[in-house]
Structures are given as structure tokens and as C-alpha cells.
Design a protein around this ligand. Sequence first.
Ligand SMILES: [Zn+2]
Length: 256
Amino acid sequence: MAIQKTQAILLAKKEIRQTSCIVSFYTKDFGKIKGLIKGVRGKQAVFGLYLQEFSVYDIVYYEKKHRDIHTISECDFKQAFRALNSSFERRLWAYYALELTDRLTPLEDKNAKVYELLLDTLNSLNTGQYVDKAIIAFQIKFLEYQGYMPQLESCVNCGGKLPQDARFSVRLGGLLCAKCFSADIQSFGATQGAVFSMKKLVQTQFSDMPRISIGEKLRDEIAILLDRFILYQTGEHLKTKRFIQNVIASEAPACR
Ligand SMILES: [Zn+2]
């Protein structure tokens, strides 16, 4: 039974008894892990610092070979993205980023880029900087880093050159050339601007995000394309996404 130490972002927690919970962390060194924390008591619990959402922890856990759930023995609070508490919308998007990561990452598959991406995304939502781009940047980069990136360079069906008015196939995972439109009758139009911007977002660091200009119309097109593609990958709407669509979209101007 190996003892592991790492930094970890809390993805989800589920209380199973008053003082125990099953948690899902995305760790810097081991990818996503699940663990049991027993005896959530003491100073940290009293001061409300224990297992807060949108927080980073230093954790120690006993790795149980061939078991999905390890025993977490230490969980020290390290950093919180507290300003998220001041914005309902940004909080929801932060929950969405955590839920998508939890849903589409396999257990114990180290991916330092995903870890950094989560930190960058939470930081951007926390500070409220370029929030409009942060979510689509998170989505497209996450797809790229996890190996789900749709094919945007050539026709996903025949490998041929793409026309200006290519169509996007969610099912086939990429763009279709004119002669392959019939390969997926549910494919839909994707503008050159949207394709260009998605490629640009993948290549751009979060710190350079202010330099990219994506108009509202283009952003909406990319958001719809990515939502449909991610829905196909997850098989069902994420809980947070459903909530965002049902509540925020009907109430006030959306933040994207
Ligand atoms: Zn083709």
C-alpha cells in the first residue's frame, strides 16, 4: 500500500455519514482519484475550511492497488478561489468545469495539462477576467488534452480538403467536406471564423487570452457547437449545464 502526496483540486464530494465522505480530486501528479475521508471533524471543519468547493488541497492518501477508492489520510487546505462566491453565474460555470472534468477523465490517468487548465479556468472565473472566452477556451482545450478534439484540419470522413462552408458532424467528430455531407445528415454548418477561433483558442495560453478577439456571434456559434459535441461524448446533459440553461438563460443576460 503506497503512500502518495500531491496537490489536488476538489471536483466533487458526497457525504456518506456525518463525518465521512467520498471525494473526487483532480491531482497534479496522478490525475483523477477517488478517496474516502473519514472523521471530518476538528478545527478545519469548525472554521468551514474543510472540503470547500473551488479549492486546492495538499493531500496524502494510501493507494490501494486494484481499488478505485483510496483512503485519504491528510487533506490540508492550500488555496481557494473565493471571489467565485460573489458571482452566481461564474460559480455555476466553475461547477460546470469541475463536473465536466469529473465526468470525462478516467481514474488515475496523470495529465498535468488538465490540472493546469483547471487552475487557469478557476482563476479566470474567480477574477472575472475574460469570462466570455474562458468557458469555450476551457472546453476546447479540455477536449484537446483528453484526446476528444474534433478534427478541424481536414474532412473527418475522407481526409480531403475542407471548403469554406464545411459542416460539423458531432457523431463523426469533425468537419465534413461538401461531398461527404451525406455521411451525417445531422451535421450542421460551421463558419470558417468559428473553426479558426477554435484552433486559436487551443493554441493560446490563458494568460494571452485578452489578446484574442472573438465577437459575440462567433462565440455563440462555438459555444453551441462545443455543447453539442460534449453532449455526445457525455451521453447526457451535465447537471450544471442543465441548470445553467434552465435558470440563467431564462432570467438574465447570459455571461457568454
Ligand atoms: Zn470528405
